[in-house]
Design a protein around this ligand. Sequence first.
Ligand code: FMN
Length: 186
Amino acid sequence: MKIGIISGSVRQGRNSAHVARWVESSAKDLGLDGVEFEVVPLAEYHLPVFDAPVSPMANTEPFQDPAVASWSRKMASFDAYILVTPEYNHSVPGAMKNAIDWLGREIYGKPIAFVSYGADAGVRATEHWRQIVANFEMVAIRSTVALGLFTDFDQNGIAPQARRAGELAGAVNSLVATTRRWQTAA
Ligand SMILES: Cc1cc2nc3c(=O)[nH]c(=O)nc-3n(C[C@H](O)[C@H](O)[C@H](O)COP(=O)(O)O)c2cc1C
């Protein structure tokens, strides 16, 4: 089973790189048999703003733009996802929404968990993501991790409170169990 950890911010000096690395190392430390984790830094894809004439869900041919094609191939290669998302203006960051707007079958019906962060821990972003991924019939995991900028970070990046390790383990274990059920049913 391959799980993609999407490091969602494209901002210069982004915290998402720190958060995604913490998610990756904590998830790998769980020692789950047959489960691989890979960080996907969205910023490295330099995706254009969505301008295709058709919705990706209705598209029959892969998009030609090399950045979009590379993003599409990478996202299709995973069985499930952990979305590392900041909260921007009480919602999801526009660049992340744009990246998801380029996708259709690549992520359709697959399980997804959320790790959010922000001044208010990013809970509003996660709840907005649940509405967005519903359009792909994705299975959104109930357990989440919500990191506060003033309580789970320091000047070097992420410094999670002790309870966060258990919260992350809960979300990852639920994601893996759900993905196994989904694969058995498929
Ligand atoms: C444009 C913008 C809007 C933001 N809006 C919110 C917000 O509504 N709520 C919140 O809790 N934090 C907000 N923040 C704080 C971010 O969550 C925080 O800066 C976080 O580190 C951003 O993630 P990044 O560093 O990975 O880009 C905002 C930050 C930016 C840049």
